[in-house]
Design a binder for this molecule. Sequence first.
Ligand code: GAL
Length: 812
Amino acid sequence: MKKYLVVICLLISLTACSKGVVEQGRQIETLKKGWKFTKGEVENGEAINYDDSKWETVRVPHDWAITGPFDPKNDAQSKKVVADGEKKQKLRLGRTAGLPYMGIGWYRKYFEVSADNADKKLSVEFDGAMSNAKVYVNGKFVGEWPYGYTSFAFDISDFAKVGENVLAVRLENLPQSSRWYPGAGLYRNVRLVTTNSAHVKHWGTYITTPQVTDNEAQVNIKTTFVGSEKCTLLTEIYDSNNQLIAQKESGAISGNETVLKQDFQVNNPKVWSIETPVVYNVLSKVVSNGKTVDVYKSTFGIRSFEFISNDGLHLNGKRLQVQGVCMHHDLGPLGAAVNVSALHRQLLILKEMGCNAIRTSHNPPTPELLSMCDTMGFLVMDEAFDEWKKGKNKNGYTHLWDDWAEKDLTALIHRDRNHPSVFMWSVGNEILEQFTDDGWKRAKFLADITHREDNTRPVTIGMNREAPAENNFAAQFDLKGWNYHTHLYPWLKEQHPDWSFIASETESTVSSRGYFDLDAVPRKHYTRENLQCSDYGLDYCNWSNTPDVGFAMLDDNPHVAGEFVWTGFDYLGEPSPYNVEWPTKNSYFGIVDLCGFPKSIYYLYKARWTNENVLHILPHWNWNQEEVKTVPVHVFTNFNSAELFVNGKSYGMRTKNTKKKVYERYRLVWDEVKYEPGEVKVVAFDENGKPAMENSIKTASEPYTLQLVTKYTKIKADGESLSFVEVNVVDKDGDFCPTANFPIKFTVEGDGTFHAAGNGNSTDITPFQSNERNCFNGKCLVMIQSTEKAGTITLTASSDNLKAAGIEVSTY
Ligand code: GAL
């Protein structure tokens, strides 16, 4: 039976066959179902005979805090954030979203070891555990890993036995340990891996492509072997069509941790790029007495790149502007629990905007994200830390620095160094050591580790202000990342003409989808009674700027390789500028809201970042005529000029103009357009002055019905895939009602479950698991999850006085 499985798996795909995979000699079981969980301290929670029958049964990845309830008392942090220019302490309420992530949590999972596997090696791999993980098998302590974002593995061969075993994990999150919502629990995948005693080490291949030309690529593979018997290593390289294109078998190897180097030449390589994210597969086969005793799978890509001080990033010999976004790791209503469907949807939404790079701010990401970036064509700035020894949080990394910094950084690099998407290592963000005289020593310590473990990518960091350029701190890095401080770029270049720069963090513009303050002027750290930020994309923080100012900086400093906007999506926590108010549970920084709905500035970026024609009109056209006499109309477009009409009457042409206000360089603005219900139409002109595109918006009448829309009409019946259904309030003619804010109820029937919902409103603290919630400015999002039974799921949405709507999703 096992052999049969092997053949099928290899035939179907070289990509990992999911759970319980048996590849010759290696068995990988992802431990998803049947975990027992409880919150709070448990005496002897690790003991074999501990009675956990009353504990909750959960599925991992699991985030114990996302079910809330939201409460401002959860982790209220009294804090002066020096980096934000604050002079006094403030009681920040929603900094970590007001979710109960703090405290202790215990997980237990029973697993069987068959008699066949009695002599095998067994290890347990965690993609991340939040946090301070202590791992036990059959009541005995196996090991610990405090930093919640690092992936780690333990050899548990000496702890496990044939028959039933119990794996127990104790986690503990301290309050004041994070600047954003970190999540809680076993929020990433956990695997049991069984191998023969001779096998390839965990993260045991290191694949580099030191030379790449159109005709051939040199591929060097270092493989670390574990075991005492004499074996050979057969390494096979497969192209993206699963054709074997190169192979090599080594002479005899033996001895623990023997590193074997094999060099290959790949002819006519298909290079990895944003447009052609081609991934190659490697099978490393350990052969003993003619029998394959282990098969270890890796992937890599063939590409060359360099940062040039005067001309940014060159990928495969051509300049590539980095059009990146910073992302925190939470998935909005799903919290930090990793879900592949949700991650994929985030990347798709970003890709459609023309985004080509992700900064994993400010910590190691889940490995699934990197695999998706490899195959979807994103560059990744893979980041390790938000703080070093000089702490930002009372209970933050400062306490781990001495013992763990090297281990955490090494683990990140070993895990991620084969990913073609990873193109720089970032060892920190706005690290406080940058302002001290000897901070450079810690910078050098991390840069040296990084160079030692992988010298094929530059080491960078997100710095701010002038000091690090002058005190030997910035000098430690191959690529200099600066956050904000757009005015510094010309000065930096003048001081250090040979340095290469990237704008590691930009903008921090704050906006709420669909809420427009008609006093549409740039506003710094402005707060409103309704706790919202305007969707004109002109509100920003003390330390930050509007997108338009950021664009001007990059256009005026073409040597900078590009930018990472803060942030792609809204995230849980850090609700600036409403840090002391409540209820504000999530950020306003996203280009996209917490549920994946684009805010207006999405189209400003899309116009700049893609070649697709963009002509987006804002605000909406549903105002109260008694109160609103004139409305500023902005158009986000990549056409140079356009004419605006309201009910057929022209308001004239506008042309992008560098001489006026900065923001009119990148958007077309009609300051005062008389408001009257009806239609707003914009006609854009090409370079020859010919009409090239038009777009319009209309005043909607009363809300009449709900409209359910999804791209996810077929999902896998695997008990974890999600369908994302957008709910729009529309009038009788099907026109979107942009000011609708009232309760909607959802019911799910059939072969799926209601999983979560949200609306993108930072001030809404309805639990994400509630099947009743307000829509926010006409929209909300429902996530329905498959069961393991293939069939049909029916979602119905209803609201008082509106026509209900339903949608079907099939599962296979
Ligand atoms: C930056 C910081 C980010 C986030 C952002 C908000 O200074 O690096 O983590 O806090 O500000 O604007």
